[in-house]
Design a protein around this ligand. Structure first.
Ligand SMILES: Nc1ncnc2c1ncn2[C@@H]1O[C@H](COP(=O)(O)OP(=O)(O)OP(=O)(O)O)[C@@H](O)[C@H]1O
Length: 382
């Protein structure tokens, strides 16, 4: 079932939790709602489910206005962070619960219930736990049972609120791969809330980046990561270096004057000249030995972390003393033989510029500071 969210507005008192949110969730798609704490992810999920009413706007399910439909009529299945399994019931009975409480006319017979529960337990690969009670399960197993229980009533939409939030990192990773495989088998339109960018990028077909009650960007993981629409998205999805400076726009594109360096800018070329901030990821920077008059930013290599296949380098700008973070394949780093204390030159392969906002409203400036919380220790913080 497809879901459309149209111009949804939600306030709690004077606080705007959702501000004109418009989104499409295609039939059979797995979408991640991603964003910092308090940005409105759960509120949006609850409004889609019918657990919360929007003040304005519409929810369309399969093209039909469902804004006034009761949660039951919407045919949604839920999985929450804190697994709400019934402790006094076996795993089997927990999964059977939704079927047993159906109105008499719709309730399947006992044999059908048994078959259905068995096949769901096989689907989540926990059929061997049917007779156990929830306290006898691990956290990951409980979440898989919670999912089987949500699926028992054949929901047309599956909503998951931080389903793996309470689990440790290793189990989370296993479970998110498992969720993806399960989704590929079932193709139920699913929306899950997370504040873990890796989880969203790895699992989802569509990632919706939210911030302060509005949607910053929605798109495939590839699109939001490689073509971030706003500084917030850039900062939220992975490490980034910031270069503050002045943008000069000429016929052949933009040039950023930052400290003593002049750097060519990639991108649309529609940015206005003036104060600007350029964004570049640590792996989009080239590094070579410094030579007087050469292009790039002169830096000193302060620290090299050579764990794993990538060398993480901390470099200090000669002109502004800001820190730049560079990620180089370990082999290349070793081959070059760079040493700590050495003078090098950094050149961005891709430098994305966003114009400096002239006037911030409160929410936007908050969004900026949240974005900065995710940047590399780099010039970043300045
Ligand atoms: N019932 C409520 N009454 C008042 N304020 C609320 C209520 N529910 C949510 N809020 C506020 O609305 C904002 C959005 O909350 P929401 O739970 O949707 O955020 P979230 O993005 O899911 O956050 P988290 O990742 O921390 O769960 C928060 O500032 C929250 O305090």
């Amino acid at each position: 079932m497809s879901i459309q969210v149209k111009n949804v507005q939600k306030r709690f008192g004077n606080f705007v939790a959702l501000d004109d949110v418009t989104l499409d969730f295609d039939e059979g798609q797995l979408t991640a709602l991603l964003g910092p704490s308090g940005c409105g992810k759960t509120t949006l999920l609850r409004i889609i489910a019918g657990l919360e009413r929007a003040d304005d706007g519409q929810i369309l399910l399969e093209g039909r206005d469902a804004s006034h439909q009761h949660v039951r009529q919407r045919q949604v299945g839920f999985v929450f962070q804190h697994y709400a399994l019934f402790k006094h019931m076996t795993v089997f009975e927990n999964v059977a619960f939704g079927l047993r409480v159906k109105p008499r006319a719709e309730r399947p017979g006992e044999a059908q219930i048994r078959d259905k529960v068995r096949s769901l337990l096989e689907l989540v690969q926990l059929d061997w736990l049917a007779d156990r009670y929830p306290p006898q399960l691990s956290g990951g197993q409980r979440q898989r049972i919670a999912l089987a229980r949500a699926l028992a009533v054949e929901p047309r939409v599956l909503l998951l609120d931080e389903p793996f939030g309470a689990l440790d990192a290793k189990v989370r990773k296993e479970l998110r791969r498992w969720l993806r495989r399960l989704h590929d088998e079932l193709h139920v339109t699913s929306v899950f809330v997370t504040h873990d960018q890796e989880e969203a990028l790895e699992v989802a077909d569509q990632v919706v980046l939210m911030n302060c009650g509005h949607v910053e960007q929605a798109g495939t993981p590839e699109a939001v990561y490689n073509h971030p629409a706003t500084p917030f998205v850039f900062g939220f999805l992975g490490n980034v270096n910031l270069f503050h400076g002045r943008l000069e726009v000429g016929e052949r594109g933009g040039l950023l004057h930052t400290g003593d360096a002049i750097l060519p800018v990639t991108g649309s070329g529609h940015e206005a000249a003036g104060d600007a901030v350029a964004y570049v990821r640590p792996h989009d920077l080239d590094l070579e030995r410094y030579a007087p008059g050469a292009d790039g930013i002169a830096v000193t290599l302060r620290r090299a972390l050579t764990l794993g296949p990538v060398a993480q380098l901390e470099l200090e700008r000669e002109d502004t003393q800001e820190v730049i973070e560079v990620a180089l394949p370990l082999e290349r780093f070793r081959h070059q033989g760079f040493r700590e204390g050495e003078l090098l030159a950094v050149r961005p392969r891709q430098l994305r510029v966003f114009a400096q906002p002239q006037s911030h409203d409160k929410a936007r400036s908050q969004s900026q500071s949240q974005a900065r919380a995710n940047v590399a220790p780099a010039g970043a913080a300045s």
